[in-house]
Design a protein. Structure first.
Length: 142
């Protein structure tokens, strides 16, 4: 996700698709999807980001590469275009795992919102994959 603190206090959006589960094999997901994850990890192994913690579950995550100034809907459409065609294969290989769209939104000025069009919502609903949206308020001026 984008940094929760935007030095210019601008609006930003980001979206990722995560597959997580104790028995998940991230290398298998990479092979099925034919795309490298932004991040992945295996339960019990140390995170590669260097902070020394251990993964509590296995996961495979792809962050949408679009510019964070684009609308959230564009990020979700990009992810849907990648995952919809391979959804049955993903769901079969990731049996028992949790699939989720993870989104971040920062209004920049402290007030703002976004609209998700009906077609994008229908595409997400048809997959039966939860959509999580985290809101990031601008940093308080102290």
């Amino acid at each position: 996700m984008a940094s929760a603190v935007n030095e210019r206090n601008e609006m930003w959006n980001t979206a990722s698709f995560r597959i997580a589960g104790d028995a998940l094999r991230p290398d298998q997901m990479t092979a099925i999807l034919g795309i490298q994850p932004t991040r992945s990890g295996v339960k019990g192994e140390r995170h590669s980001c260097g902070h020394g913690s251990v993964s509590r579950t296995s996961f495979w995550l792809l962050k949408c590469p679009l510019n964070d100034s684009l609308p959230l809907t564009e990020h979700l459409k990009w992810l849907l275009d990648v995952f919809e065609p391979k959804y049955k294969s993903i769901n079969s290989a990731a049996e028992g795992a949790t699939l989720m769209f993870l989104c971040g939104f920062a209004p920049g000025s402290g007030q703002g919102g976004f609209t998700l069009d009906a077609k994008t919502l229908q595409r997400i609903a048809a997959l039966g994959v939860p959509l999580s949206i985290n809101l990031y308020p601008p940093e308080s001026v102290g």
